[in-house]
Ligand binder design. Structure first.
Ligand code: ADP
Length: 326
C-alpha cells in the first residue's frame, strides 16, 4: 500500500486489438506509444466526487469523472472496494477513499491503438497499487471495461486485457470473463496512423451479421494457427495465419490504400498484419527490426504518394502491460 497523498507515476501502453483473424478476441500491447499518468489516494468528504481528473495534454478530454473513461473505470473499482473490503480495509485506506488522476495522453484518441483502454487500464492498475493490491488482474479488466463501454458503447476487453496483462492476450469469454495470456516469440511491430477519422460506430455498423460456413472454417483455422504459431514460436505459421476473411474485406474500404499497403509491406518482408482496432491505424508484424524499418519505409512511401498525412511507429510487443513507477 502507498500512503495517502503520495503521487505515483504510471505508464500505460497502446494496444492493438482485433489481431487480424482474432476479431474481438486477440490483442497485444506495444512499447510505443504509451500514456503517462500520475495518481494519488485521497480522503473525500461525503458530498465530494470520489475521482478527480486533471488533463495535462492538449486533447481536451472530459474532466467529469463520469465522462472520462479513467473515471468510469475507477468509480466501478471504488464501489466494489466498498462492498468487498469494508471490514478488512487496512488502516491507511480512508473510509471515503478517492483518487486524483493526472493524464498526459500521448496516444491520440480515436487512432485505433487503444487510447481509451490505456486510460481505463492505467487508472485501475494505479488504484490497485495504491490500495495494496486487493484486486486480481481479472477484477481490474472488469472495472476497466466500464471505460470501454463509455467510449464505444460496448463492454469489450480486447484492448484492456493486453494493456493490463502485457504481451498477447486471448479473451476466450467476456461473460464470464476468461482471459488467457499467450506467450509469443520476439516480434517487431510497425504501425501507421493515417490522419483520417474512422468512427468506431461506422466501422461496426458496416459489418455483416452473418458469415458463410466456408469463411468461418477458414477463420477458425487461422485463429487456431495463429495461437499455435505464437506458442510454438513458429514465425512461418504465424505469417500464414495472419489472414482475415470475414472482417477485413468489409472494413478495409474505410482506409485509403489499405490493399496496396499490405502487398507492399509483405513484399518488404512483413509476416502479415491488418487493421488495428477499428482503424484507421494499420499494423504489421515482422521477425527482425530491419524488416520492421523497411516496412515503415513502404508505409511512408505509400501515404506520401497518396498525399495523406500520417504517423508511424516501429516498436516491439510490450510484455509488462501497465507499469507503476513509484
Ligand atoms: P481508440 O480507438 O484509440 O481506442 P476510442 O475510439 O476507443 O479510441 O476512444 C476514444 C473516445 O473515448 C473519444 O470519444 C474520447 O473522447 C473518449 N474518451 C473519454 N475519456 C478518454 C480518455 N481518458 N482517453 C481517451 N479517450 C477518452
Amino acid at each position: 500500500m502507498v500512503p495517502m497523498n503520495q503521487w505515483i507515476k504510471i505508464k500505460a501502453p497502446a494496444t492493438v486489438a482485433n489481431m487480424v483473424c482474432g476479431f474481438d478476441i486477440l490483442g497485444f500491447a506495444v512499447n510505443n506509444p504509451y500514456d503517462e499518468m500520475e495518481m494519488q489516494m485521497v480522503e473525500r468528504l461525503p458530498n465530494e466526487a470520489s475521482v478527480k481528473i486533471i488533463n495535462i495534454d492538449h486533447y481536451n478530454l472530459p474532466t467529469d469523472p463520469e465522462k472520462n473513461v479513467a473515471g468510469a473505470a475507477l468509480i466501478a473499482l471504488i464501489e466494489e472496494y466498498a462492498e468487498r473490503f469494508a471490514s478488512t480495509r487496512p488502516a491507511g485506506v480512508p473510509n471515503n477513499v478517492g483518487f486524483d488522476v493526472k493524464i498526459n495522453k500521448l496516444i491520440k484518441p480515436g487512432s485505433g491503438v487503444g487510447s481509451s483502454a490505456a486510460s481505463s487500464a492505467g487508472a485501475v492498475v494505479g488504484a490497485n497499487h495504491l490500495l495494496g493490491k486487493p484486486f486480481s488482474n481479472d477484477d481490474l479488466v472488469r472495472f476497466a471495461m466500464n471505460g470501454e463501454k463509455l467510449a464505444s458503447g460496448v463492454k469489450h476487453a480486447d484492448n484492456i486485457a493486453p494493456c493490463i496483462f502485457g504481451g498477447v492476450t486471448l479473451v476466450r469469454s467476456i461473460f464470464p470473463l476468461e482471459i488467457i495470456a499467450l506467450p509469443s516469440p520476439e516480434l517487431h511491430v510497425t504501425i501507421v496512423h493515417p490522419q483520417i477519422e474512422v468512427k468506431t460506430s461506422d466501422a461496426r455498423s458496416i459489418l455483416k451479421h452473418q458469415v458463410l460456413l466456408k469463411d468461418a472454417i477458414k477463420q477458425w483455422g487461422n485463429i487456431a494457427g495463429l495461437v499455435a504459431g505464437l506458442m510454438k514460436k513458429d514465425y512461418d505459421l504465424i505469417g500464414r495465419s495472419l489472414e482475415d476473411v470475414i472482417i477485413e474485406p468489409v472494413r478495409s474500404i474505410l482506409i485509403p490504400g489499405f490493399d496496396a499497403l499490405k502487398i507492399a509491406c509483405k513484399k518488404a518482408g512483413a509476416l502479415g498484419g491488418g487493421i488495428s482496432g477499428s482503424g484507421p491505424s494499420i499494423f504489421m508484424l515482422s521477425k527482425g527490426k530491419e524488416t520492421a524499418l523497411a516496412v515503415e519505409a513502404e508505409m511512408i512511401k505509400l501515404y506520401t504518394g497518396l498525399g495523406l498525412a500520417h504517423h508511424t511507429y516501429v516498436t516491439t510487443i510490450n510484455e509488462k502491460g501497465v507499469e507503476v513507477i513509484n
